[in-house]
Design a protein around this ligand. Structure first.
Ligand code: C2E
Ligand code: CA
Ligand code: CA
Ligand code: CA
Length: 274
């Protein structure tokens, strides 16, 4: 089918028809799944690098599909992002994550982070969704962190305004997957953010100059007052290096895998308290 040639819109291409039919079916199934309560929140603990205490939890969505099992975001987030479904998912997660964090300890200072898609970020509805979730859980704004990517969304005026409005409320903002998008190190100070999540590709020992790059990011972030969180820490050596470079926090399979809320409650880990 590929040999049909570029620029020719072959509407009868069977492969194209198959792919788009699957997409439409998946979208319909997902829409129903949201209504039927098939979404689940898993949480990956985030640790301070210095003391090894749990400082926060990243909320990660799963779809518990009857007859299929637990589906990871890779199996449906792309489709959701093509439509408003992603806003529904993010809004659901905001409510869920704030409620769960409130259950784990009101006296704690730990935070929960929720991934916000660029589409949701560009919506005026976001501020409303966030306020609703905080109020429903009776959670202070400072215990919620929104993870946004540095691509598109953040640079658009509307998105930047919304982030600023949310930060004024006391909500914190993290730049997710830092280093994979458009922002450059010299523009770090312009980011409307409190935290920088360093993409796990920077922890790859096969990457030439990875230690220098990591060191530069951590040092530059610190210089402009951004806290750093390293993603994808899979070995003690990576953690030791992060400690040496002065990274603030870390998450990854070496420390803890994402887990259901119930497992977080049963975690026998020290948590940061004030
Ligand atoms: P992300 O925000 O970069 O989340 C981190 C991903 O890395 C998670 O995958 C996590 O399970 C995985 N991970 C954690 N530690 C390690 C490690 O040590 N090594 C490796 N190789 N991977 C690690 P997950 O849960 O499959 O999520 C994939 C992506 O889906 C997320 O990437 C995020 O972009 C998106 N996503 C997840 N939940 C939501 C949500 O509620 N809303 C939105 N808009 N996006 C979400
Ligand atoms: Ca994230
Ligand atoms: Ca990330
Ligand atoms: Ca990502």
């Amino acid at each position: 089918a590929k040999s049909a040639g570029k620029g020719r819109a072959d509407l009868c291409d069977p492969e194209l028809v198959r792919v788009s039919t699957e997409r439409v079916q998946l979208e319909a199934a997902l829409r129903r799944a949201i209504d039927d309560g098939e979404l689940r929140a898993h949480y990956q603990p985030i640790f301070t690098v210095g003391e090894g205490l749990v400082t926060g939890y990243e909320a990660l969505v799963r779809w518990e599909r009857p007859d299929v099992g637990l589906v990871a975001p890779a199996g449906f987030i792309d489709v959701a992002e093509q439509s408003d479904l992603i806003c529904e998912i993010d809004a659901w997660m905001l409510l869920r994550a704030c409620a769960d964090l409130a259950t784990w300890g009101r006296e704690s200072t730990s935070y929960v982070t929720v991934n916000i898609s660029p589409r949701h970020l560009a919506r005026a509805r976001l501020v409303e969704d966030v306020v609703r979730a905080l109020e429903a859980a009776d959670l202070p704004a400072s215990r919620l962190v929104l993870e946004v990517t540095e691509s598109l969304g953040v640079d658009e005026a509307r998105s930047a305004d919304q982030l600023q409005a949310l930060r004024t409320l006391g909500v914190h903002v993290a730049i997710d997957d830092f280093g994979t998008g458009y922002s450059s190190m010299s523009r770090l100070h312009e980011l409307p953010a409190d935290l920088l999540k360093i993409d796990r590709s920077f922890l790859d020992p096969e990457r030439p100059g990875w230690i220098e790059a990591l060191s530069l990011i951590i040092g530059s972030a610190r210089a402009v007052g951004l806290r750093t969180v390293a993603e994808g820490v899979e070995s003690p050596a990576q953690l030791a290096l992060l400690r040496e470079l002065g990274c603030d926090a870390a998450q990854g399979f070496h420390l803890a895998h994402p887990m259901p809320a119930q497992a977080v409650m049963e975690l026998d880990l020290p948590d940061v308290r004030s």
